[in-house]
Ligand binder design. Structure first.
Ligand code: MV4
Length: 448
């Protein structure tokens, strides 16, 4: 087992990893930017190394500084958390080159899944259901028109380097194809330096349901059931839950099986997520694979009673998985609490937290790095806490969430707490009747 792990991240996920390391008797090294000197991850780690100034590009993304910090502290592994360098093939390779175990995917795996057209071809080969469309990358506009006619409108043009909706265009009729092709390629080139495009049939009002998987170093994989992440705004998830209110035992069996096939086909090692689009007829299609631990992993941990960070570390150390799949025994919901003003288009609202009272009680988990007196720096993403409630049923998990949101006090900065409180009362949400379109129609009521 590792003796010392460096956590190449900040915020709640850095704390989350430190907690499990503590329980496993593994020493920890925090790295931090000058903006994070007073962060809890710096205080709770055994050692801490400053890696640069506030901008991420000069600190949390500065690979050589992080490797240097690992070398001077004698860390034998690096946990990248999510975001930052967690899906960076160069960084994964750099760790290998320095004989430091990267607790994440291999450079080859990251590259393979990062290229979406390539990921899709791989999944077709693995027998995973994919949306009908082009076979790989489209060569020119002439081929684009041909594939659109074969596929049948409406279609979706997607950037192969994309993800998070960038370089993606829905096209409803042939006369709009040219503009969509030009603008999607332009957007993709500007964002990723690559304008390879592929095409799919448009799935209307899909649900976003993902399967958590874990693979070991011996080619064996298992799944830990699903998370429903359909409540999103501009490709930012707001809340997630498991089990999905749309799920059936048959669908879970089929999606779980597909996700395990995907993982075993590519010999995936570590924790990963296979994302699917699910249509109203419960057809499911591969969308993307994430080769990292995700923000919303705690809801899975709560319903299957399993520490995913411990499993990541154990698999990275070469310990085989048990091989069995895990099914939800409870219902869990996560609300992402962001320092944003939900009444002003979710505009970021960094600043000093003047008072803070955390909710608690049975079935309430709060993953956060903030406290009274903490100043949220403007340099990083605006998530400041994840509030997770778990109960026997969905109805009880919602009641518990309402209660927990009501007793959660954060003063000094605006937060998304009032949004979540309204969401928990929304009749369609309460009925479990929501898709990825839900937030387009959601009207937030301003308090008087
Ligand atoms: C789609 C789709 C409909 N049909 N593909 C959005 C992010 C990107 N990685 C894939 N996305 C979508 N792909 C087909 N063929 C609709 C979306 C989509 C979406 C997916 C998941 C969660 C939220 C979404 C919001 C808008 C569009």
């Amino acid at each position: 087992m590792f003796k010392k792990i460096l956590i190449a991240n900040r915020g709640e996920i850095a704390l989350r990893v430190i907690r499990t390391c503590r329980e496993m008797g593994i020493k920890t090294v925090a790295v931090y930017s000058t903006a994070d000197q007073d962060s809890l991850h710096v205080r709770f780690a055994d050692e801490a190394v400053c890696i640069g100034p506030a901008p991420s590009s000069e600190s949390y993304l500065k690979m050589v500084n992080i490797i240097a910090a690992a070398e001077i502290t004698n860390a034998d592994a690096i946990h990248p958390g999510y975001g930052f360098l967690s899906e960076n093939a160069k960084f994964s390779k750099l760790c290998d080159d320095h004989q430091i175990k990267f607790i994440g995917a291999s450079p080859e795996m990251i590259n393979r899944m990062g290229d979406k057209a390539n990921a899709k071809s791989t999944m077709i080969a693995a027998g995973v259901p994919c949306v009908p469309g082009s076979e790989g990358v489209i060569q020119d506009f002439e081929q684009c028109e041909k594939v659109a006619l074969e596929t049948g409108y409406p279609v979706m043009l997607k950037a192969s380097a994309g993800g998070g909706g960038k370089g993606m265009r829905a096209v409803w009729k042939a006369e709009d194809l040219r503009d969509a092709w030009d603008s999607a390629r332009h957007e993709s080139k500007a964002a990723f330096g690559n304008d390879d495009m592929y095409m799919e049939k448009l799935i209307e009002e899909p649900r976003h349901i993902e399967i958590q998987i874990v693979g070991d170093a011996y080619g064996k994989a298992c799944h830990l059931s699903e998370r429903d992440c359909s409540v999103q705004r501009r490709h930012q998830k707001l809340t997630e839950e498991t089990p999905s209110p749309f799920m059936t035992d048959e669908l879970r069996e089929a999606m779980g099986k597909a996700a395990v096939s995907a993982a075993e086909y590519i010999k995936y090692e570590g924790a990963g997520t296979v994302e699917f689009l699910v249509d109203k007829h419960r057809n499911f299609y591969f969308m993307e694979m994430n080769t990292r631990i995700q923000v919303e992993h705690p809801i899975t941990e709560e319903v299957v009673d399993f520490d995913l960070i411990r499993e990541q570390i154990s698999v990275a150390a070469g310990i085989p998985i048990s091989g069995k799949n895990y099914f939800p025994k409870l219902h869990s919901i996560e609300c992402r609490i962001n320092a944003e003003d939900p009444f002003a288009g979710f505009r970021p609202a960094p600043g000093k937290i003047t008072s803070f009272h955390a909710p608690g009680g049975h079935g309430v988990r709060l993953d956060t790095h903030v406290y009274a007196g903490y100043t949220i720096p403007p340099n990083y993403d605006s998530m400041i806490a994840k509030l997770i409630t778990t109960a026997q049923t969905r109805e009880e998990a919602i009641s518990k969430m309402k209660r927990a949101l009501d007793e959660f006090i954060i003063e000094g900065v605006k937060t998304t707490i009032p949004f979540h409180r309204q969401l928990m009362d929304h009749p369609d949400y309460v009925a479990g009747d929501y898709t990825t379109k839900f937030m387009e129609d959601f009207v937030i009521e301003k308090p008087i």
